[in-house]
Design a protein around this ligand. Structure first.
Ligand SMILES: Nc1nc2c(ncn2[C@@H]2O[C@H](COP(=O)(O)OP(=O)(O)O)[C@@H](O)[C@H]2O)c(=O)[nH]1
Ligand SMILES: [Mg+2]
Length: 303
């Protein structure tokens, strides 16, 4: 399951432009994939003469406005990208961020209230667990109505809740001061070389956004380097070889036997899988091995 990020912002702040800049497709208020740029990938692809090169990607969801119903579409995402108008000269980004935080809070209050209604009804059956959750939700609602947030609730939240206000937030000021999203969206439509030429060596401001996202989510990258396809994949820091297998395909996780691991730069320096193995730089690891950023994996599995 790919990691997912949601785009939120006030009307005309540049949400659709960010979606387009990240995914290279025009926003239809839907879902797209944003590639995570990684210079190591191309080097690996060249070493193995890969016919296909695939970057790691995160799913991006744009919601068309605010309000509990629309924001509710973001309950499953791993992080929020908040777009703030810094280009029109008519808005104050810091104030808009406060407004958006309030919108998220209102959406969460609505979420808690709805859940409370449902659970109290079900709890009439006498189920002790439901009764306990209803009591918890009632106190939580009072906590919110007293001007507090879910984030400063001292007890554990009921696991059934999917709050928005506890998600990591990455704020992007759209404009010359921050990221010029109009420009980035236009560049996203150009072939990669032309866009790079336009930037004349300077890096994409969008790259910075993606990097902040990867940092916020504590992501690491591992690679699979085959001739048919060389590919980068994202994992959360601390995840294992078995998690890596599951990221590639559930069948590979199910049939996991062992995993050959080389460091990406050892492979590039050696020039081939055969050479790096001959140099003794390839290790065999099991299911519980904790993947390190930059590992190149070859997972052996039974089907
Ligand atoms: N000049 C300029 N216009 C922008 C910029 N960002 C957004 N706009 C304009 O603002 C309008 C709304 O942008 P859009 O991405 O559709 O906003 P959304 O409603 O948040 O999805 C569009 O007409 C954009 O062309 C910018 O950085 N510079
Ligand atoms: Mg839009």
């Amino acid at each position: 399951m790919a990691l997912e990020v949601g785009i939120v912002g006030l009307q005309s702040s540049g949400k659709s432009l960010l979606f387009e800049a990240l995914t290279g497709t025009r926003a239809t208020g839907e879902v797209g994939m944003a590639a995570i740029p990684d210079p190591r990938l191309q080097q690996l692809a060249e070493v193995v003469n890969a016919r296909k090169v695939t970057a790691a990607a995160v799913r991006v969801v744009e919601v068309r406005g605010t309000g509990p119903a629309l924001l509710g579409n973001l309950r499953q995402v791993d992080a929020l990208l908040v777009v703030l108008d810094g280009f029109s000269g008519t808005r104050t980004p810091a104030d808009d961020l406060e407004t958006l935080n309030l919108e998220l809070l209102v959406a969460d209050r609505d979420h808690v209230e709805r859940r409370l209604e449902r659970v109290s009804k079900q709890a009439k059956s006498g189920d002790a667990k439901l009764k306990k959750e209803a009591d918890q939700l009632e106190r939580l609602l009072a906590h919110l109505d007293a001007g507090h947030t879910l984030a400063d609730w001292s007890e554990e939240l009921p696991p059934e809740l999917e709050p928005l206000t506890t998600k990591p937030v990455i704020a992007i000021v759209n404009g010359a001061e921050g990221v010029d999203l109009k420009l980035e969206a236009e560049l996203a439509e150009l072939p990669e070389e032309e866009a790079a030429e336009f930037r004349s060596g300077g890096e994409s401001a969008l790259g910075e956004v993606v990097r902040r996202l990867a940092e916020t989510l504590d992501l690491i990258t591992f690679f699979t380097a085959g001739e048919k396809e060389t590919r980068a994949w994202s994992l959360r820091n601390g995840q294992t070889a078995l998690d890596a297998a599951g990221t590639i395909h559930s069948d590979i996780a199910r049939g996991f036997i062992r995993c050959e691991v080389v460091r990406w730069d050892d492979l590039v320096a050696a020039g081939s899988h055969a050479e790096v193995s001959r140099a003794g730089k390839q290790r065999l690891e099991g299911k519980t091995y904790v993947i390190q950023d930059g590992d190149v994996l070859n997972i052996r599995f039974n089907v």
